[in-house]
Design a protein around this ligand. Structure first.
Ligand SMILES: CCCCCCCCCCCCCCCC(=O)SCCNC(=O)CCNC(=O)[C@H](O)C(C)(C)COP(=O)(O)OP(=O)(O)OC[C@H]1O[C@@H](n2cnc3c(N)ncnc32)[C@H](O)[C@@H]1OP(=O)(O)O
Ligand SMILES: NC(=O)C1=CN([C@@H]2O[C@H](COP(=O)(O)OP(=O)(O)OC[C@H]3O[C@@H](n4cnc5c(N)ncnc54)[C@H](OP(=O)(O)O)[C@@H]3O)[C@@H](O)[C@H]2O)C=CC1
Length: 515
């Protein structure tokens, strides 16, 4: 049987969401590991005052393409940008481009979506569901289509505890919802959104579940595969360890903790942190494209692309490794020394928010005001609280995903393909991965220089000295104001101090005995 790269040789591939986090890794991997691929058609919209061409030119300068650029400086010649706005009728693709695509595309990878948790329902529906429907219609017109791969999320059915590799009945018939939301105004839709999404936490997971249903409705006419990644994190091995380019999911949390801003968050120490490296997801996606085209399974194959059932790691362990990694490789200009703790207790979390977030922010803003600058810390904390409030649902619970199709697919690969398109997460060494992830946020998200690490360490030492000085002043203040003035407070103070001494000498004595 043809190897994966042999299969892609001479093929034309259509990719949506190529400018996004996962899309870029997909484009890079196809160009590097399937060098004979004929062309990659990517649907791109103009954005933020930049034309489609300017955006693609910028995208190709991205660091993620450094390796393929080195191996083949002309790699960009295989990328064919097609102007498209997915929220528009007919995806706003020109008739000439439609003709071109229907004549030559062999495989479609649909990655585009809005992944914002606070997206208004109408927009999330437009992009995640209606655009998927339109892309499927376009795919049906393609004369040589061999596979359609839809990227969903492992959390599409997060209202269930155990999730199999099947498409579950949708919360509502997508067509009915699309028809009714069409004539309702934004305000009404906003009001009824919580009722509609029911036991799902946001419009993202809700619309991704509806999209799966739309995909299934077309499954008799097309060869379809669905990839369901869990929490996609920085790359594990390819194109190089630790590549990441955004604040989504845990990355923003890691950065906020590394900068010493985030000190507390609600998460369950013992719950599985189902992170999956982006290169693993992309390798599986490419392999699923090959398998769907070559084997033409009778029904849609769903791949739960997760780590929890195979190589579990927990939020408590993540916290430990993130903190120690940022102490070894500090971020520049940290607000405080990195020291974040997670807790599943609501009240304890609220207490630390008050003491470790709001109080220091208030003092810092006061300092900024007094020195004639604009206060900013409280604003930053409000945004941070909004972001972590949206993530807590996922860090406080456990899910169980069945990932048999992932194992089945692995067993179908040749030994060579198993290495080139590695998605065997049993080999993942978590501490090493988290270390590279944290360094990746520093290098690729914050664009900080690794040569500045000694200065960043020096800055942390300065912050530690400030803390010691502050604590000493606070202690002296408490002593002078509250304790030194009253005989009873002094007695209680001496009692507590002597108790501490007794405990200390007891522990010292017992540890000498056991040694
Ligand atoms: C040590 C501790 C260990 C424990 C650690 C537990 C981690 C527990 C993770 C669970 C993770 C589950 C993940 C589920 C699995 C998926 O499905 S993963 C994909 C899911 N999607 C996301 O993660 C997107 C979530 N983000 C959002 O919905 C929106 O960005 C938010 C959070 C509502 C913020 O919206 P907004 O206030 O309008 O801000 P937005 O325009 O997005 O961004 C404004 C600025 O803030 C930055 N920013 C955005 N998000 C963040 C952030 N989180 N932090 C900092 N800055 C950010 C942006 O880059 C942007 O910068 P500028 O361009 O202005 O310079
Ligand atoms: N990141 C994660 O942790 C996870 C992601 N997923 C899924 O993986 C897929 C990719 O996610 P990810 O790469 O992280 O997301 P990104 O937000 O990084 O990328 C989204 C892509 O969709 C494109 N897009 C959005 N709106 C439009 C539009 N109106 N018209 C044309 N293109 C549009 C974006 O283009 P533009 O650059 O123009 O905005 C971008 O290329 C999604 O389907 C997501 O649901 C699943 C599980 C976890």
């Amino acid at each position: 049987m043809a190897s994966i790269s042999d299969y892609y040789a001479g093929k034309s591939v259509l990719i949506t969401g190529a400018t996004g986090f996962m899309g870029k890794v997909l484009v890079e991997k196809l160009l590097r590991s399937c060098p004979e691929v004929h062309a990659l058609y990517i649907l791109v919209r103009p954005k933020a005052g930049q034309s489609m061409q300017e955006r693609v030119k910028d995208m190709m300068k991205c660091k993620v393409f450094d390796r393929v650029r080195e191996e083949n400086p002309d790699f960009h010649k295989k990328i064919v940008p097609i102007s498209s706005e997915l929220t528009q009728p007919g995806l706003a693709i020109s008739p000439e481009d439609v003709e071109k695509l229907t004549a030559c595309v062999n495989i479609v990878f649909h990655c585009a979506a809005t992944i914002r948790f606070d997206e208004p329902l109408k927009h999330a529906l437009q992009l995640n569901v209606i655009a998927t429907q339109q892309l499927l219609s376009l795919a049906q017109q393609m004369h040589h289509l061999e596979a359609f791969i839809h990227v969903s999320t492992a959390y599409a059915n997060c209202n269930r505890r155990h999730i199999d590799e099947v498409i579950y009945p949708p919360p509502v018939e997508p067509k009915k919802l699309i028809d009714s939301l069409e004539w309702l105004d934004e305000g009404i839709v906003r009001d009824i959104t919580p009722r509609l999404i029911g036991d799902r936490p946001n419009t993202y997971t809700y619309t991704k579940a509806l999209a799966e249903c739309v995909v299934q409705q077309e499954s008799t006419k097309l060869n379809i595969g669905i990839i369901r990644p869990s929490i996609v994190g920085a790359s594990w091995q390819e194109p190089f360890p630790g590549w990441i380019d955004n604040f989504n999911g845990p990355s923003g949390v890691f950065i906020a903790a590394g900068k010493g801003i985030l000190r507390t968050m609600r998460a369950n120490n013992d719950a599985v942190a189902d992170l999956i490296p982006v290169d693993v997801v992309i390798n599986l996606t490419i392999a699923a494209g090959w398998y769907t085209a070559v084997h033409r399974p009778k029904s849609v194959l769903v791949y739960n692309c997760t780590t929890g059932g195979i190589n579990p790691f927990h939020w408590g362990e993540i916290e430990h490794h993130v903190m120690s990694s940022f102490k070894r490789n500090p971020l520049e200009q940290a607000f405080r020394r990195p020291n974040a703790n997670i807790t599943s207790n609501y009240l304890i979390n609220q207490y630390w928010i008050l003491v470790s977030h709001k109080f220091p922010a208030l003092i810092y803003d006061l300092f900024l005001r007094l020195s004639g600058q604009k206060p900013q810390m409280m604003r930053i904390f409000n945004r941070l609280h909004k972001a972590i409030g949206l993530l807590e649902y996922f860090s406080s619970q456990d899910w169980e995903w069945n990932s048999e199709n992932m194992s089945m697919l692995m067993s179908q690969l040749t030994p060579e393909d198993k290495k080139t398109f590695n998605f065997d997460v049993r080999q993942l060494n978590w501490p090493e991965y988290i270390e590279n992830y944290c360094i990746g946020t520093k290098k690729y998200v914050l664009n900080e220089d690794m040569s500045d690490i000694p200065a960043a360490r020096q800055h942390l030492r300065k912050l530690r000295n400030i803390r010691y000085t502050f604590n000493t002043i606070l202690l002296v203040f408490i002593w002078r104001v509250f304790i030194a003035r009253s005989q009873m407070a002094r007695n209680i103070w001496y009692f507590v101090v002597s108790l501490c001494f007794k405990f200390l000498s007891y522990f010292k004595a017992s540890s000498t005995l056991t040694n």
